[in-house]
Design a protein around this ligand. Sequence first.
Ligand SMILES: Nc1ncnc2c1ncn2[C@@H]1O[C@H](COP(=O)(O)OP(=O)(O)OP(=O)(O)O)[C@@H](O)[C@H]1O
Ligand SMILES: [Mg+2]
Length: 272
Amino acid sequence: MSGDAATTAATTAHRATKIDIRNVRKSFGSKASGSKLVLDDVSLRVGEHEVVCLIGASGSGKSTLLRCINLLEPIDDGAILLADANGLMVDISEPGLDPDPVRRRIGMVFQSYNLFPHMSVLHNITLGPTKVLRQPKAAASERARELLERFGLADKADAYPDQLSGGQQQRVAIVRALAMQPELMLLDEVTAALDPVLVGEVLNVIRDMRGQGMTMILATHEMGFAREISDLVCFLKDGVILEAAPPAKLFTAPDHPETAQFLQRAIASGRR
Ligand SMILES: Nc1ncnc2c1ncn2[C@@H]1O[C@H](COP(=O)(O)OP(=O)(O)OP(=O)(O)O)[C@@H](O)[C@H]1O
Ligand SMILES: [Mg+2]
């Protein structure tokens, strides 16, 4: 899709919708101090089990969009609808709505892992399930150990975050989000802080999640990975989804010259 992003949602279209972002606008600042439009009429529909990558230059609005979806930022206009257990689309962006039950259903992982340094890996992972989901401690620990095993971290359960590599910490952060059994995962440049050798192990975790059918929206500068993993890639520029297309199309024959320019620059800077 190119051009008319204002009226046509970027969409993966062929599955039941999990999240529907409709004409979202978001500004920062105030009229007095000068306000800046950071998301300008963004529409995006993501189907169940689908993976969407957001790409675009620094400052284009990728993190802001993810933060709006997770209700960390209120939107100024538009709506964000999330499918409930029966597939019914519920507006989660209504002002005054309690964000906590929604956030419980959406996992978010950031570039900086944000693990609690004074807690063991196992404790970091079981904290949410026991405190928020009120799972019994034994059941939460068992599930946490299963997840650690699945991601090659079984021997790290009792370690503290500062005893782990960056890649291991990021994998623990992803496991911590998964332990909450989210319906949707938002991943914001989860490999950006890592040495190239450690990037691969985190990308493997994301591949695995995809294989398990997790619905995901990722902001990434890893073009090769976006190409491999996405059902849909959205190119953002100045808060607008300038172009959204399956990777085979967007990376080989983009409609928009600015997409092509961005990709050329990304490749030139080694972000393939
Ligand atoms: N809390 C805030 N207050 C004011 N401006 C903000 C705030 N958060 C983001 N912005 C601005 O919004 C714009 C979009 O930022 P955002 O972090 O969403 O970009 P991004 O695409 O994630 O960039 P990057 O690739 O560097 O992570 C930028 O101009 C940024 O300065
Ligand atoms: Mg960002």
